[in-house]
Design a binder for this molecule. Structure first.
Ligand code: CDP
Ligand code: CDP
Length: 227
């Protein structure tokens, strides 16, 4: 039986950073499911499909091939993200995708298509899986479920800093507003809304460093006898 650790939470709560550390530490696979919703959103934008066209977005989710591969370029990327064979690793992280991704990922048909793909990938081996609904919907039998949280202001500060560090122009207020909108849509959609599973442990990371969060998670890992 393969083992899953579910790591859910709102944007910029630290899921990917801590998830990657945990996967490396345990020698598990790391899978960031947000990449898939971002890929479909980018594919829609590039194809000139309006993100309010639910049917067209759903068809796109059903037929688009998304590959996550080991990095082929040393530019800080954790993986290559290929959409129908084309390298879109950085394109899926642009502000334009941030602004539209929650609309696309609220569509039940899009979620259905991507959830199935995620479960297939989840069965490939022991995995740390990161997203919004891993503990509640995608992998409800996960051995350990963590819900990583932080205040809106702190998360906006982190995301803003990331943009600055990448040499991009970034306005703190705008970053905060987009995060807030995304949280709002993600938490209130009908299908698989963002919320902790009833059996998840919630970590509020507001005043914690990455190292402190990682250590805390290792305690839960040890309690569950993982690794
Ligand atoms: O990295 P960040 O937390 O900013 O976002 P992400 O994890 O890449 O997810 C982008 C968007 O995809 C989220 O705001 C959700 O709308 C959607 N998503 C989802 O609905 N379910 C998931 N399991 C993962 C992401
Ligand atoms: O994956 P998610 O969107 O939840 O967040 P992330 O991309 O892993 O983290 C956002 C940024 O916050 C990264 O630059 C982290 O180094 C930073 N950070 C953190 O993740 N956790 C803390 N406790 C403090 C800072």
């Amino acid at each position: 039986m393969v083992m899953t650790i579910a790591l859910d939470g709102p944007a910029a709560s630290g899921k990917s950073t801590v998830g990657e550390m945990l996967a490396e530490h345990l020698d598990f696979l790391f899978f960031d499911t947000g990449v898939m919703y971002r890929a479909i959103t980018l594919a829609a934008i590039e194809a000139g499909i309006s993100v309010v066209d639910e049917q067209a977005c759903t068809h796109l989710a059903e037929r688009t091939k998304i590959d996550v591969r080991p990095p082929s370029v040393e530019d800080g990327r954790p993986n290559d993200i290929l959409i129908d064979g084309a390298d879109k690793t950085w394109e899926i992280r642009t502000p334009k995708v941030d602004e539209h991704v929650s609309i696309v990922s609220a569509y039940p048909g899009v979620r259905h298509a991507l959830t199935e793909k995620q479960r297939q990938i989840g069965k490939r081996g022991d995995v740390v899986m990161v997203g919004r609904d891993i503990g509640t919907v995608v992998m409800p039998d996960a051995r350990l479920k963590i819900f990583l949280d932080a205040s809106l202001e702190e998360r906006a500060r982190r995301r803003h800093q990331e943009r600055i560090d990448r040499g991009e122009a970034a306005n703190f207020r705008h970053v905060l507003e987009v995060l807030q909108q995304r949280d709002q849509i993600d938490s209130n959609r009908d299908v698989a809304p963002l919320r902790p599973a009833s059996d998840a442990v919630v970590i509020d990371s507001d005043t914690m460093t990455v190292e402190q969060v990682f250590k805390k998670i290792l305690q839960y890992v040890a309690e569950k006898g993982i690794g």
